[in-house]
Design a protein around this ligand. Structure first.
Ligand code: TYD
Length: 204
């Protein structure tokens, strides 16, 4: 089973994906926790470029896609084939929310092609979108120390990302289950909600 987490920066995806992973381990469910960008050996090098170089949106797009294609081929698929539940902190929904809106001239069929090429056709079985108002993103960002150049001090930018993620949730079709979670709730409350949804949709 392939589970992804998405959301604006500082929404709590990293915390919640780790908590779900620990829960599965305690339940003796074989699991693998990974992230994008940088979840594979080559991807870690791609991530290094993404967080240290001033790149434009086109350049970033292809690096995120290359990271994903490598991640799916070398890490995610082999883990799924070994029977693990794979939990990934960010996946293609991030590209849809962060890169696609900033690039002019991408029509839907091009976006679909890019998605299929990068994901190699692998769609998540279950996605958690942790929702957070843009004001709260900036507030939390100021209190966290490890910001990088992908983190922007721009409220409109995060409003845009949040809107796209909400649209992805609203427009989900029968091929995918997407659950939206209120990131303003407490960490433990969110974790319990995620465990409930996992048990409901569990495919192991
Ligand atoms: P990261 O430091 O991993 O932290 P977090 O996911 O907790 O915010 O930063 C990843 C950054 O990369 C984040 O700002 C979102 C961005 N990103 C994209 O713009 N497109 C993508 O496809 C992915 C996977 C991430």
């Amino acid at each position: 089973m392939f589970i992804t987490f998405d959301g604006v920066d500082c929404a709590g995806k990293t915390t919640q994906s780790a908590m779900l992973y620990n829960h599965l381990v305690l339940q003796n469910i074989p699991a693998y926790l990974t992230k994008e960008p940088g979840g594979s050996y080559a991807g870690a090098k791609i991530r290094q470029i993404l967080v240290s170089e001033e790149l434009d949106e086109t350049e970033k797009l292809f690096l995120f896609l290359a990271d994903r294609a490598n991640h799916v081929r070398t890490v995610i698929r082999p883990s799924l084939e070994a029977g693990r539940v794979v939990i990934c902190d960010r996946y293609h929904d991030s590209t849809v929310a962060y890169q696609f809106p900033l690039l002019d001239g991408l029509n839907q069929s091009t976006k679909d092609d890019l998605r299929n090429i990068a994901t190699r056709g692998l769609e998540p079985d279950l996605t958690f979108i942790i929702d957070l108002p843009a004001e709260e993103v900036l507030r939390r960002m100021k209190t966290r120390k490890d910001n990088n150049i992908l983190d922007k001090d721009d409220i409109e930018y995060y409003r845009g990302v949040r809107n796209v993620l909400n649209k992805i949730w609203e427009n989900q079709d029968e091929n995918r289950v997407i659950v939206k979670i209120d990131g303003m709730m407490g960490i433990e409350y969110i974790h319990q909600a995620i465990v409930k949804w996992f048990n409901h949709y569990r495919k192991v």
